[in-house]
Design a protein around this ligand. Sequence first.
Ligand SMILES: O=P(O)(O)OP(=O)(O)OP(=O)(O)OC[C@H]1O[C@@H](n2cnc3c(O)ncnc32)[C@H](O)[C@@H]1O
Ligand SMILES: [Mg+2]
Length: 205
Amino acid sequence: MRLFDGDKLVLASHNAGKLREIGALLAPFGVEVISAGDLGFDEPEETEDTFAGNARIKAHYAAQKSGLPALSDDSGIMVDALDGAPGVYTADWAETANGRDFPMAMEKVWNLLDAKNAPSPRVARFCCTFCLAWPDGHDEVFEGTVEGHLEWPMRGDLGFGFDPIFVPNGETQTFAEMDPSKKHAMSHRSDAFSKFVKGPFSGRA
Ligand SMILES: O=P(O)(O)OP(=O)(O)OP(=O)(O)OC[C@H]1O[C@@H](n2cnc3c(O)ncnc32)[C@H](O)[C@@H]1O
Ligand SMILES: [Mg+2]
């Protein structure tokens, strides 16, 4: 049985970094991928306070509009000494009147940690929740994490978002210094993707 009619999947994200990474993860599966932006879809409001809740909003919105299965990614960074912030609100912390400013958001996180005299290592984890939604309204959710800590100053210009200050456990490079294939091997996104592959994509690689 084919899981997707025409093997076409909408990626319900407007984040170029995520689209690049999910596209690379999906590449071996022979699925035709089209992004919500390519289809001219706007971004639904992310009104939930959980990764799964917002992932569901984005995936269902794209599945309903396109009539195709849609895969969304809601993600963020949780810092232990900030009680899990910015978490679900990671993108919001970067919002300015002129668009998103991630260096500013990273500096804000670091300054808050300094203000609290948070000890080192400043433990943090990236979380990623995928939602695969079908036009008939059902969905599946897959969650992934990667543990690590934050370092300052920012290092590296690969990756996106908070990558320049996140060092995964057992590594010395930030995600932004790593070759993308190395980040793929250990990231929260690849952790969620491995569960996705064991589900709907089982046996297809
Ligand atoms: O909602 P979509 O359109 O998918 O794109 P977004 O950028 O708004 O994505 P989120 O709402 O999920 O916000 C999560 C933010 O967390 C950050 N983030 C998520 N995964 C990351 C990663 O692998 N590396 C660095 N930062 C990441 C990134 O800055 C995102 O903007
Ligand atoms: Mg978003």
